[in-house]
Design a protein around this ligand. Structure first.
Ligand code: ADP
Ligand code: MG
Length: 398
């Protein structure tokens, strides 16, 4: 059997027309000799009746008073509704499907409700459905604990389900269908000039995803890499070839592959008088105890700078009030990332980045770099302008 996994995101299953376009992709795969395993997300985005956020709003979202276990049970409903509606649409076209929950599909997780870790995948029921000539439709984003409780895998979790099943089933490839023609040089909703990337390495796309490009979830990239399964990002409603993610892309290309950004960052600047060296360690220890992750960390004699997610700002401030005399908090920052495969020759890149931002009156609050990325922190209000100008400088200017 030549198994493939085809995952359809929320916007790909919202209307009867789109569901039929998704089904066209599945039927086309069967006609090419493949045995497709379908994974679906909940239908639509926030505001749509059965989308995950809409379901969550029924229980006051993040502020709900019930335990995460119960909230997970509610969130699992979105994918179940979507999968059953897809099964009916398949039946209307003369194809018999078998709907499998995450648990039915053998995705065993721990009990970290809301962002469960996968312990094992036992896909026997998927294989048996395929052997019976049925099209398995697996509800994305969910698993089951060994005790039988429903869990969810965290936001973007349906991508994770797709890649996870691809690995467990040793699929020939995993296709992630969404509402854009593939991975682009930037989010096309922010940068209208963004271009499609035909081929990209796991490492590059992992970094783009980790740094804010929500087109595919970084965990899905990790599982695909672990199983060495090509991951292909495609559009449900076009015939564009999409973006292929593999390791075959060489490491010699030192250009920028993509630009992305993450908002809701807070910059923390701490100044120490000469006799307070230990405070620095104390601060990091206290942050670690509170499980607050820090980023863009620069430690100098007498000064320390780092960023945190804005949701952690008040906890950080509580710690600083106790330990430091002099600190500054800058809210509403955005971290912009330029990602590449092997961006050697960094000085030119850094200088181009700084020149572009300066020319466009964007203040740079901090920068950092590695062999495969350049990061810079700016004010959130400048985000759109910065991304468009950087994209223009790195991808469009001759
Ligand atoms: P789905 O519901 O199919 O999972 P998502 O909304 O999670 O869809 O992902 C698709 C969206 O990702 C696109 O609509 C686009 O706005 C956004 N996106 C962000 N960065 C990129 C990028 N570099 N390339 C393509 N799309 C991107
Ligand atoms: Mg998604």
């Amino acid at each position: 059997m030549r198994i493939i996994v085809q995952k359809f995101g929320g916007t790909s299953v919202t209307t009867s027309e789109k569901r039929n376009m998704a089904i066209d992709k599945v039927i086309a795969a069967t006609e090419r000799g493949y045995s497709p395993v379908v994974v679906v997300s909940a239908m639509g985005r926030k505001g749509d009746p059965y989308a995950t956020d809409t379901l969550l709003s029924l229980i006051n979202g993040k502020d709900c008073s019930i335990e995460k276990r119960e909230a997970d049970l509610l969130m699992c409903c979105g994918e179940i509704i979507s999968a059953v509606v897809m099964a009916e649409a398949f039946a209307q076209r003369g194809y018999k499907a078998r709907v499998l929950t995450g648990g039915n599909a053998g995705i065993i997780t721990d009990d970290n409700f809301g962002s469960a870790g996968v312990i094992d995948v036992e896909p026997e029921r998927i294989l048996s459905a395929l052997e019976q000539g049925l099209i398995p439709i697996v509800t994305g984003f969910q698993g089951i604990t060994e005790e039988g409780d429903y869990t969810t895998l965290g936001r973007g979790g349906s991508d994770t389900t797709g890649a996870l099943l691809g690995k467990a089933l040793k699929a020939e490839f995993v296709e992630i269908y969404t509402d854009v023609d593939g991975i682009m040089t930037a989010d096309p909703n922010i940068v209208p000039d963004a271009k499609i990337i035909n081929e990209i390495s796991y490492n590059e796309v992992f970094q783009l995803a980790e740094q804010g490009a929500k087109v595919v979830h970084p965990r899905a990239v990790e599982y695909a890499l672990a199983g060495n399964i090509p991951l292909i990002i495609k559009n449900t409603v076009t015939d564009a070839p999409g973006t292929v993610i593999t390791n075959s892309r060489g490491c010699t290309d030192n250009s920028v592959t993509g630009i992305t950004s993450m908002a809701n960052k807070t910059q923390v600047i701490i100044n120490f008088p000469g006799d307070c060296k230990n405070i620095s360690n104390d601060i990091f220890e206290r942050l670690a105890q509170k499980r607050i992750s820090i980023d863009l960390v620069n430690v100098f004699p007498g000064q320390e700078i780092f960023t945190v997610d804005s949701t952690d700002t008040s906890e950080v401030e509580d710690i600083l009030k106790q330990l430091c005399k002099e600190y500054r908090i800058i809210n509403n920052c955005s971290k912009v990332s330029l990602i590449g495969n092997a961006m050697r020759g960094m000085p030119e890149m850094m200088s181009k980045l700084l020149r572009t931002l300066e020319y466009n009156n964007v203040s740079v609050l901090q920068t950092s770099n590695s062999q495969t990325a350049i990061w810079c922190l700016i004010e959130e209000a400048d985000n759109k302008k910065a991304l468009n100008e950087l994209h223009n400088a790195f991808f469009c200017a001759s």
